[in-house]
Design a protein around this ligand. Structure first.
Ligand code: SF4
Length: 384
């Protein structure tokens, strides 16, 4: 069989301790999980790997175990679930292998075992460091548990550790945020993802969200704080120590190919070439069924668990190119500004301090910290 070409793998583990109030990932809290579900999931994941593992390159560049809370799956079950992979592909010492974890589901012994299996990067969901905010968000851990779990992660030997934090949480002041950043950067973390809390209009906390000015002040504080600590603000919501940018996520942001397995997982094949001439596509995207039982029953019946597939049109490719380029501090080449409308809008954004000439890349422009904070408007303005 011809070897595959996809160098990045995402695996979705759908179980969580409890469903957080703001979460829109496909995940099942304990209250929604039936006794046999973990075994059903494991069997289905193995079957999916048998079906689609041939798409993977012989050596993986990145693996990301996300969810859900993969650290709820004990190491031996994790190894068993992923075991069919090694028929198709392998890891090298350079492979970035990340596992998401939550404070209530890590312990020293299991962390050491995940490391032995090859995991070399942990992405820890802390989200906030005040117990009242954690309660409001529906998190099941306390501030103390979050800090203790970080101690444990470093004690177990991981040296590439990312932390997830939320900003723009109702009741979260600038001082609260600053205290959380100070406490977290006192650990030797290599990466921080800090997302602005967004909720649908129908959510009961929606009207308590801070206004745009306050959200902006949160985002600018994080930018200033993290840069002062030696982190690079390399993507709208992500900061890394030099050389520690998340390679797996950069694959998404740079339009690279990845295979997603597990319920609700998305995949993208940038090298896909359509056979139908009218399809002017530049890649193919597909998504698995989300409900665990639908996902598992399709695989048990010998079918793919794919809910939909789309071939990108030229217009989609163009818009995505802009969206991706504006997310990253690498910016975009000036030659992308083709129409006079685009050029004059870019000039206006530069005047407002939202866009700037790239300090290191000739003939490139990038968003400023303020521009990052208002990126949705920037994308709409420049891409058309
Ligand atoms: S732990 Fe993460 S995936 Fe699970 S419910 Fe909370 S936010 Fe969602």
């Amino acid at each position: 069989m011809k070897p595959g070409h996809i160098p990045s793998l995402y695996a979705h583990f759908p179980f969580c301790e409890s469903k957080c109030h703001y979460c829109d990932f496909y995940s099942l809290g304990r209250e929604k999980t039936q006794a046999g579900d973990p075994a059903t999931f494991e069997k289905a994941l193995r079957a999916e790997i048998e079906r689609s593992g041939h798409l993977l390159a012989p050596k993986l560049d990145t693996i990301f175990l996300g969810g859900g809370t993969p650290s709820m799956t004990p190491p031996d079950q994790m190894a068993h679930a992923l075991e069919p992979l090694w028929k198709f592909t392998s890891v090298t010492p350079q492979t970035e292998w990340t596992m998401e974890a939550n404070p209530s589901s890590v312990n020293l012994e299991s962390l050491r075992e995940y490391r032995r299996q090859g995991v070399n990067r942990i992405s820890m969901g802390v989200q906030a460091l005040r117990d009242d905010l954690l309660l409001k968000l529906g998190r099941v851990h306390s501030r103390d548990a979050a800090l203790q779990s970080l101690e444990t992660i470093f004690e177990s030997g991981f040296d590439n550790v990312s932390v997830d934090l939320l900003c723009g949480v109702p009741g979260q002041s600038i001082e609260t945020l600053e205290e959380a950043l100070a406490r977290l950067t006192a650990f030797p973390i290599t990466h921080l993802s800090c997302y602005l809390l967004t909720l649908p209009k129908t959510h009961r906390m929606f009207r308590d969200l801070p206004d745009e000015d306050e959200q902006l002040s949160h985002l600018l504080l994080i930018d200033r704080w993290m840069r002062e600590q030696g982190f690079i603000h390399y993507e709208i919501s992500n900061f890394a120590k030099p050389g520690r940018q998340a390679r797996h996520n950069l694959t998404y942001w740079k339009g690279g190919s990845y295979l997603g397995i597990g319920p609700s997982a998305h995949s993208f094949d940038s090298e896909f070439e359509p056979t139908v001439k009218s399809e002017s596509g530049h890649g193919k995207r597909w998504k698995n069924f989300s409900p665990l039982h639908k996902y598992a029953s399709e695989l048990a019946a010998g079918r793919e668990a794919i809910e939909w597939t789309e071939v990108l049109t030229s217009a989609q490719t163009d818009l995505e190119r802009w969206m991706l380029a504006l997310r990253l501090d690498e910016g975009f080449p000036e030659e992308w500004l083709k129409s006079s409308g685009q050029k004059s809008r870019a000039a206006a954004l530069e005047k407002e301090g939202l866009l700037e000439a790239h300090p290191e890349r000739m003939a490139y422009k990038r968003l400023t910290a303020r521009g990052f904070a208002l990126s949705d408007q920037m994308i709409a303005s420049l891409s058309g």
